[in-house]
Design a protein around this ligand. Structure first.
Ligand code: ATP
Length: 239
């Protein structure tokens, strides 16, 4: 424990000729939650894609657990413990809950450990245990979100990159999801980078707030400061 699990230095990325991220620096200490916040189009999703290997950075460095990730294929990133839950979640509607979850553990060689991780996910998300034979498309929005998160967790990631986990969820489910993330970080040393439109919920659970605007990080500060300092909130978050 201790130290930064993830750092990015002068990271740049974009789509084809269109640059989106410019000179992004960030540090996420092991076992902490960083909330990435900012207006629509600020580049939050693009940042997660660059960090998870889905999008190749055009410049800069990403260091995960002391190793430069440049050019590392996505499968290897997954093996090293980087899990990405994209916006829209990617639950497969034609597969059952159990089959979707098993996909998250496919790459693991240790079958016994994979089975026990699966049991843990069923304990964490009781509705998934009850519906394990239901198809993905039969689930509610909240259950689908649980399934996407559960599928990432059965791989026992060290770094979880989560894009808008609260989108379309009831406030109670959002609060439960956030509390669960906090618990996993505190108990297991999981590290989370969380992209959220729901700024208050994100800052309530995060250790650090990373504010983005127009593809740049304009502020990285302790979440408590962003929660409590009205001037800072007005200036960077507009409330
Ligand atoms: P939102 O909350 O709306 O998802 P965001 O902060 O996550 O916003 P991004 O989705 O990263 O922002 O988008 C940043 C910029 O990149 C926007 O100008 C967007 O139009 C552009 N962009 C996003 N995806 C693509 C793509 N696949 N091809 C080209 N441009 C894209």
């Amino acid at each position: 424990m201790g130290g930064d699990l993830l750092t990015a230095e002068a990271l740049a990325a974009g789509y084809g000729p269109v640059p989106v991220l410019h000179n992004v620096d960030l540090r996420v200490p092991t076992g902490t939650i960083a909330a990435v916040i900012g207006a629509n189009g600020a580049g939050k999703t693009t940042l997660l894609r660059a960090l998870s290997g889905m999008l190749r950075p055009t410049a800069g460095r990403i260091v995960f657990d002391g190793r430069d990730l440049r050019g590392t294929p996505v499968e290897q990133l997954v093996r090293r413990g980087v899990a990405h839950v994209p916006e829209g979640r990617g639950v497969i509607g034609e597969l059952t809950v159990a089959e979707n979850l098993r996909l998250g553990a496919l790459w693991r060689r240790d079958r016994a450990a994979a089975a026990s991780a699966l049991d843990e996910v069923y304990q964490l998300f009781e509705p998934l245990a009850r519906r394990r034979r239901h198809l993905g498309h039969q689930l509610s929005g909240g259950e689908r979100q649980m399934l996407a998160l559960g599928r990432a967790l059965v791989g026992r990631p060290r770094l979880l990159l989560l894009d808008e986990p609260s989108l379309g969820l009831a406030p109670r489910v959002v609060a439960q999801t956030m509390a669960l993330l906090r618990q996993l970080c505190d108990d297991t040393g999981l590290t989370v980078l969380l992209v959220e439109q729901n700024v208050r919920s994100a800052l309530a659970v995060a250790d650090q707030g990373i504010v983005m605007s127009l593809g740049r990080v304009v502020l990285a500060a302790p979440a408590a400061r962003l929660r409590d300092d009205a001037e800072l909130r007005h200036a960077y978050l507009g409330f």
